[in-house]
Design a protein around this ligand. Sequence first.
Ligand code: SAM
Length: 230
Amino acid sequence: MSHARLQQPPSKQVDRLAHPRAALDVESVRDAYRRWAGVYDGVFGGVSGAGRKRAVAMANKLPGTRVLEVGVGTGLALPLYHPQKRVVGIDLSRDMLRHARERVESRGLRNVVGLVEMDAEAMAFEDDSFDIAVAMFTATVVPDARRLYREMRRVVRPGGELLFVNHFAAEGGLRWWAERTLAPLSRVLGWHPDFALTDLLDDPRQAVEITECPPFGLFTLVRVPNLALA
Ligand SMILES: C[S@@+](CC[C@H](N)C(=O)[O-])C[C@H]1O[C@@H](n2cnc3c(N)ncnc32)[C@H](O)[C@@H]1O
């Protein structure tokens, strides 16, 4: 897939000004995922499963054992990590984390070394604490995706890797129309339907790998090497 396909053309950016998305904040995210927590796996687990598998398969192949999963949710991906990867998961929602802890316990996942309630936009970890950071279906949800990205870069060592799986907005057609129409409902949905790659990365050329994932290319896996900050 080309980088260009994931960027919003200027006409769509102007259009977004005319149809502003509702801002998410920490409390609206917590509220949304308090409601989602009990049904999340049943409603969303299946459709997002392929993207999750591909992202973790990529993380498992990358060098380094220290993995941070940002917005770990109910921990659907945790059983997929190679046992040698030492995984820390963080999330804003204690309701989602409760399910993740139950999963770790019931599956005996000894390589999951921490599940912590923490804001991904202001992490308590020191610089260079991880080799790999993975954010699956989370960048569309956090109040400020650029801050998320900056924090992920800070806590991953230079030369490490950042992986994102997300739904990125279409550039036209019925899906673009539906996403634009849903954008003002972000606070109720708990995510931004009209989220573009440029909402996450200052420069989409920072991504070295962009792969569409099933179903129907609805989700995209993005790999960004953590180059040393200039
Ligand atoms: C759509 S769920 C994805 C969960 C999981 N990654 C998965 O693959 O199923 C998004 C998660 O991001 C969490 N989240 C949103 N904003 C956050 C933030 N600022 N810091 C940490 N977690 C956040 C939500 O609480 C929710 O659990």
